[in-house]
Design a protein around this ligand. Structure first.
Ligand code: SAH
Length: 256
């Protein structure tokens, strides 16, 4: 595995063919993962970019302001998850969504998804909800709350086909925060770097065992601009034991 550190693994800049406009870069990156976006979908991502840039002053949403960097590090990185989603209608929960990543680009690219975006910081969740409304996305909503608490709500626990998370916590912690949302037979997808995963996977064995997860695959992202990125796909084999997740803060403080 690669040793390169960093969270998103690219300096942005140009597309595969040297393109410098975000739309071409998105189209090329999507082609690399076998996805094609319609002009309407590309338009929605363009409006999302404008909202991110405008909202930056008001809420701390992202450190990126360059539309090309946003296209690569936020949109293409999120869209890479499409390759590990099963076909058909799905209910997806994105835990610690921040400004909507990866959940919102996934919703834009696959409008049939029902998406719940969970975010502990009320201001960020409110911004994401406004963005959903501005973009006119149906079947998506942002919810303020901590995963540790929301995973105990009957309408959320074990009710999702897929859970996702990016840049929220180490894998062992994420498993405890995310798997309780997943139905047995469903899956959890973590967006990581190769280097991050090398450090985190050996420490996640006990969490997998206790929670009932099994690593289905570790798949490098096939977008040339994102050489360090990797998707960890975990199948949930049985219902998560009732005692998990533990109280807010405990999963991060004392990882399984
Ligand atoms: N997924 C986004 C944001 C990453 S920052 C992205 O990749 O850009 C991590 C976010 O997770 C923060 O906004 C933080 O408020 C949220 N978060 C951290 N722990 C959480 C928890 N236990 N429940 C819900 N949200 C959480």
């Amino acid at each position: 595995m690669k040793e390169t550190a960093g969270t998103t693994g690219t300096t942005g800049g140009t597309g595969i063919t040297g393109a410098t406009d975000p739309q071409t870069i998105l189209r090329e990156g999507c082609a690399a993962i076998g996805v094609s976006l319609s002009p309407a979908q590309l338009g929605a991502l363009e409006r999302y970019t404008a909202l991110l840039r405008a909202g930056k002053a008001e809420v701390s949403l992202t450190t990126l302001t360059d539309p090309v960097a946003i296209a690569v590090k936020h949109f293409l990185d999120s869209l890479a998850v499409l390759v590990v989603l099963p076909p058909g209608p799905l209910r997806l929960v994105d835990v610690g969504t921040g400004a909507g990543f990866p959940g919102l680009p996934l919703k834009i690219a696959r409008p049939g998804l029902e998406v719940v975006l969970i975010e502990a910081t009320g201001k960020k969740a409110a911004w994401v909800q406004r963005t959903i409304e501005t973009l006119g996305l149906e079947g998506a909503r942002a919810v303020t709350g901590r995963a540790e608490e929301l995973a105990r709500a009957p309408s959320y626990r074990g009710r999702f086909d897929v859970a996702t998370a990016r840049a929220v916590a180490p894998l062992a912690v994420l498993l405890e925060l995310c798997l309780p949302f997943v139905r047995p037979g469903g899956r959890f997808v973590a967006l990581k770097t190769h280097a991050g995963l090398d450090a985190e996977l050996p420490k996640a064995h006990r969490a997998l065992e206790v929670l009932g997860g099994r690593v289905r695959e570790v798949r490098p992202v096939e977008v040339p601009q994102l050489p360090n990125r990797v998707l960890v796909v975990v199948d949930l084999e049985r219902p998560v034991p009732e005692q998990y997740p533990r109280r807010p803060g405990v999963p991060a403080k004392r990882p399984l």
